[in-house]
Design a protein. Structure first.
Lengths: 337, 337
DNA sequence: CTGAAAGCGCTTACAG
DNA sequence: CTGAAAGCGCTTACAG
């Protein structure tokens, strides 16, 4: 079937293509009757505007991007989907770009910006470490989700996150409150600006405040995957069996760790209490269910889109901190010697 | 910073923009030295082609789409990510469109096609029921992944899937082989062309062949979410406690069901053997680990992209069936009266 | 092998 | 309120 262009609509409606364009773009300076006539023809001909042509001419395109760091991070991919979903309902289209842990989010954004004339970008799980200055040269509204980015000067930058440090601290405070003293830690530090590192620093801070020395042999590095978490927990178990609690920097890590604990003949929570973080749906379906601090995914997604749109309208960026509520599961209990 | 266009490159390299365009598009009819000179300027100026302009003029764009039906289906979203990843490595960009179960995948594809001048489309989990004829009017290479679509006439249609019917049958064959006779079924039928329905029909076929009457009170409908699977299992449990096995149409459903079984005081596999389907990574990390038939996600993703590219080059579509290997987990055992 | 010119389908000042 | 014209940044016949 032949493709219907704006010219066909103009001819059929007996107006100029300028007028059709005005109607299409909801310009106010069109006669109501003319508008109605054009709209009827659009309907009749089932005209769909060629976005490539529109984007070529327009200053801003209808494209925004979501740059997702780490394709294996379940929480982030879920977040990306939510953002896509919210975008769709608001008529905003997101290109999604999944990059490896080692890839460069700044380069990705810049290329996308040049190639597609992006009008905005949401970063999920980026660490920004080395790119503070680079970003400031990019003339593009950016939102950093799940990571606090107040340190980015520039009015087009926003961020939405929970306070990762405080949450890590709260998790370990809670375990200590239950009587635990030997607490294993699973995760990775990464750059200081990284959300996951902050969780661990918060955990350490809690230990310090309670006068518990940080014990390296109770920590093992792992990333956001089940096998890596399983291996990490196994490594700790090969060194120590005397810990009674575990704080994992994410639910996924906690899942892998719980499996390792059970495979090694330990029971959760009888032998080891476990707290995760993220508040994934799956946390309620493990056996036992996992106690976790929730990152409010829905709020983060909604707020990200809202902040992006605000910045695109020229409003000044904001840095939003959301609470991370505790969700009680069956994976923790009081420690008794 | 000013945006560098093809004109800037042409001027700097002292050639016409036609020549720059030829170099950019890897046309053979360019002098080697000229090509080298242009490429050096491209590098120097950090020129990035404006994709909107290129796509406007070209017959085919560099956009393909992935239309994902059902945003809560973990297996499909994982598949989508893999496709994005493979596409990226091959310089192909995918727009991703997540639609609801009740949305119309044909309309989605058609609008995308008109709006963006798509050059191809991969459908994940679509059922096609009412759209066989519509699709044949769409002049767009299409690949249907996870669903068998041989019935689609037209040379630009391909599909990649496991044999869902046979796999459902194999799962129940296996349970019966272990001595189980009262087998619960969890999932939903949907349209006949649907992959999940086929799994259940296969399961029924197995029962029939073994002379076991299909018992409706052992079936409950649920979708691909944990809460729904949990509720479904709970509903079955409210009616019957005498079954010794469960076939769930997907791992996610199995996870939700196992949790429900355990919450109701039953043990897996002591009281109930469970088999899922999909072969998700998580299946190996539940307690006990889940026996499942794997849909080879990596192969499906690779093959989907390969078939799409072949169709875009004008090759005739193919319908590929992949094997679904059994992965042994701890969730099944021999039934003893 | 290379360049000048037309045109892809829109939007946007500029006139009226 | 409306239209004619220029132009967005490319690609692609058409000449040479």
């Amino acid at each position: 079937m032949r493709i219907v262009t704006i010219r066909d609509v103009a001819k059929e409606a007996q107006v100029s293509i300028s007028t059709v364009s005005r109607v299409l773009n909801d310009r106010p300076d069109v006669d109501a009757l003319t508008r109605a006539r054009v709209l009827k023809v659009v309907e009749k001909l089932q005209y769909v505007r060629n976005a490539n042509a529109a984007n070529l001419k327009q200053q801003h395109t209808d494209f925004s991007a979501v740059v997702l760091r780490g394709r294996r991070n379940l929480f982030l991919t879920d977040l990306a989907e939510r953002i896509l979903d919210i975008g769709r309902r608001r008529g905003r289209r997101f290109l999604i770009e999944i990059i490896d842990e080692k890839d460069d989010e700044f380069e990705t954004a810049r290329t996308l910006y040049r190639e597609r004339k992006l009008s905005g970008c949401i970063f999920l799980g980026s660490n920004l470490q080395q790119h503070v200055h680079d970003f400031e040269t990019l003339d593009l509204p950016c939102v950093f989700a799940t990571v606090q980015a107040e340190f980015l000067a520039g009015r087009q930058f926003s961020s939405v996150a929970v306070n990762n440090f405080d949450t890590g601290k709260a998790a370990v405070d809670r375990l200590i409150g239950l009587g635990h003293r030997r607490i294993a830690l699973l995760g990775f530090y990464g750059p200081v600006t990284n959300s996951t590192g902050q969780r661990l620093y918060g955990a350490q801070e809690s230990l310090r405040r309670h006068g518990i020395p940080y014990d390296e042999s109770l920590f093992e590095e792992c990333d956001f995957t089940l096998p890596s978490a399983y291996a990490g927990m196994t490594a700790v178990l090969s060194r120590r069996r005397d810990f009674s609690a575990l704080f994992a920097i994410s639910d996924i890590v906690a899942f892998g760790a719980m499996k390792a604990l059970i495979d090694h003949g330990l029971s959760v929570p009888r032998d080891v209490s476990v707290i995760g973080m993220d508040g994934t749906e799956q946390a309620a379906y493990t056996v036992p269910s996992l106690s976790t601090y929730a990152q409010p995914a829905d709020d983060i997604a909604t707020e990200s889109v809202r902040l992006l749109e605000a910045a695109m309208r020229g409003q000044k960026g904001k840095h939003v901190l959301l609470p991370a509520p505790f969700i009680q599961g069956g994976s923790i209990k009081k420690h008794v010697e």
